[in-house]
Design a protein. Structure first.
Lengths: 212, 418
């Protein structure tokens, strides 16, 4: 009887030690298979900056607003517009490829306006110039659409600014960022701002305590 | 006889049990990666960077940021700017991600798991320096808007110091934000940032009109992270060795600037103050100490009871007390209060910066380290080659210690398997 008690006393702690020393599995084994995510919804990895869902929302909102504005649609003649990131500045605390915003805006408008707006690809002007030179030098033929006196001029050009205001609470680890993205369409003849749009949002988050 | 045997056995179990609870935890082990898989991953990497890339596969997500920032700075030194950009982009993406419901972060709070199970994001000074280098890489390619945003982002990482005066006091980042704004052509933003930089560090001054070259020289070894306290629960910092540079003379043609540090990285590391996790680690230590004390008491009482037992019941009671004592000791031994001491080890100790008007591309600035008397230390001259920018905003950069002068694995990131 006594020997059974001792054996139990010996084996039980041994088992407990072994179990207690078990820890979490190796982190580096299995990965996560690739999954498609809807760019219009919050992704698996997120912070307080501009993310895909914000870009989708803001460009959709600006497109709808511009398409409903009589300056662009319904006025005499089809307006020619330059939408690129050249005059779209980033004064925020966030690194960003501004082309993601301006490209989506331009392409969305171009598809939806169905010819009611024309878009000048000014960033491609060098490429166009080379082809024009080849045609005029007779090195290539004139293709099928005929020649023009010059590349297309534009009536309006997009300008705008990305700004942010950041706040940190050192005691709680709470961080928040107010993001403001302004869009303005400038008349390239007289400099008047003929249309403005603003998209703003604020995000707040708190990292796990182990990272504060 | 049987009693004596039992006591001895229990003692052996106690010793074995405690030794079984080694400080090494499974998450600290490297993954076993097939050699052909590793070779395939490293195939297109520059030869001298391969040893720094290997831990990306071996240590996985937990040390992804740590390994990429080490690669980034080394790749920058080797002028592999595309690789450096890619590494810092990966690192910053993780740093900017909010780990609000992260499983590993939760485990780091557990009594039985070390803090270092969490994915490494670095201490605030390390995060700020990741933004600093990403900003420099934007300067190289002349993307001044994103350079400015990156430096500003770095400053925000420095906002969690315990003392108010130590928050967002990274003067070099404010200065560089000003420089990037100036290069971008936004004079208003530049003016504000230079004023902020000078307010934080009086040794700095805004560039004079016509100055088109920013020269940066980084010196010394980075702060070392140490685990202090009886149970290694306190994260402390020690200045890196060979980090005594206090002043430089940076010369270009006939112009010489005496330059004080724009940033002291050790100062930034050591003025962060207490971390919220420290109280959790202290709680783990309290548990460990308490369980040890209870365990000791029960073992002594159990042994005494067993020794004087004259009947079966008393002997069982003594054995039960010893058993409970062993359980308490086991729990104490299994508690893991160790502070996370993984560290970015190819950072500098100090950042010096100055500006020049440079019109002759064939000349680079040269930095000399000065001694306490202000005299040039012989043999300390280092050429600061221009590595990027444009005519209006050139950028030269060098270090007195190579980013490659580190081990294959970052400190605290690797425990050899026995």
């Amino acid at each position: 009887m006594k020997s059974r008690i001792f054996v139990t006393c010996i084996l039980s702690p041994l088992f407990l030690f072994v179990a207690g020393c078990q820890t979490t599995p190796v982190q580096n084994t299995a990965g996560t298979p690739t999954t498609y995510q809807d760019p219009g919804t919050r992704g698996a990895v997120s912070g307080v900056g501009i993310e895909s869902q914000d870009i989708v929302s803001m460009t959709d909102k600006m497109s709808r607003d511009m398409l409903g504005d009589p300056v662009f649609v319904g006025s005499k003649g089809t307006p020619r517009i330059i939408i690129d990131s050249k005059f779209f500045s980033n004064e925020s605390s966030e690194r960003i490829n501004k082309n993601i915003i301006t490209d989506r805006l331009r392409i969305g408008l171009n598809r939806v306006s169905k010819g009611r707006m024309q878009f000048v690809g000014r960033e491609y002007s060098g490429m166009v110039e080379k082809e024009r030179d080849l045609k005029r030098a007779g090195k290539v033929d004139t293709a099928t659409r005929g020649l023009t006196r010059a590349q297309a001029g534009a009536d309006f050009r997009l300008g705008g600014r990305i700004s942010s205001l950041d706040a940190r609470n050192a005691s709680t680890g709470q961080i928040s960022r107010y993001n403001q993205i302004t869009f303005e369409m400038v008349d390239l003849e007289n400099g008047l701002i003929v249309w403005s749009g603003i998209y703003e949002f604020s995000k707040s988050a708190q990292d796990n305590i182990v990272y504060r | 006889m049987a009693k004596r045997f039992g006591l001895r056995s229990l003692g052996c179990v106690l010793i074995l049990g405690i030794s079984a609870c080694q400080t090494l935890q499974k998450h600290e082990l490297e993954a076993k990666v097939a050699p052909e898989v590793l070779a395939g991953y490293l195939k297109d990497k520059p030869e001298n960077l391969k040893r720094l890339y290997a831990p990306i596969l071996l240590q996985g997500k937990r040390n992804l940021v740590l390994n990429h920032v080490r690669i980034g700075i080394a790749a920058m030194e080797e002028r592999h700017f595309d690789l450096a950009e890619a590494s810092f982009d990966i690192a910053l993406k993780s740093i900017e991600t909010i780990y609000a419901d992260n499983e590993e972060a939760e485990k780091a709070l557990s009594l039985w798991t070390k803090e270092n199970i969490k994915d490494f994001k670095g201490e605030p000074y390390e995060r700020a320096m990741a933004y600093y280098y990403r900003g420099l890489l934007y300067l190289v390619v002349g993307d001044y808007e994103n350079a400015r945003a990156s430096f500003k982002g770095g400053m925000l990482q420095d906002a969690f110091a315990a003392d108010k005066q130590d928050r967002s006091d990274f003067a070099a980042l404010a200065y560089l934000e000003g420089w990037a704004s100036k290069c971008w052509g936004n004079e208003n933003l530049a003016k504000d940032s230079f004023a902020e930089a000078v307010g934080l560090n009086a040794a700095l001054s805004a560039p004079k009109p016509g100055q088109n070259l920013l020269a940066i020289f980084e010196t010394g070894h980075p702060p070392q992270k140490l685990a202090d306290g009886d149970s290694n629960e306190k994260l402390t910092f020690k200045r890196g060795p060979n980090s005594s540079e206090k002043k430089l003379r940076v010369s270009l043609a006939k112009v010489s600037n005496t330059v004080a540090p724009a940033e002291d990285i050790f100062y930034q590391a050591s003025t962060r103050g207490g971390r919220p996790i420290d109280s959790i680690l202290a709680g783990k230590v309290n548990f460990k100490d308490g369980a040890n004390t209870v365990g000791d008491g029960l073992l002594v009482a159990g042994t005494a009871t067993l020794a004087v037992s004259s009947n079966r019941n008393t002997a069982i009671a003594g054995a039960a007390m010893m058993f409970a004592g062993l359980v308490a000791k086991a729990a104490a031994a299994a508690a893991q209060p160790d502070a996370d001491i993984r560290a970015w080890d190819n950072l500098p100790d100090k950042v010096f910066l100055t500006t020049f008007a440079q019109h002759d591309d064939s000349q680079n600035p040269t930095a000399h380290v000065l001694d306490a008397a202000g005299d040039v230390i012989a043999g300390s001259a280092v050429d600061l080659p221009i590595i990027g920018g444009d005519d209006a905003c050139k950028f030269s950069w060098a270090r007195n210690l190579s980013a490659f002068a580190v081990n294959d694995r970052a400190p605290g990131s690797f425990v050899p398997e026995k």
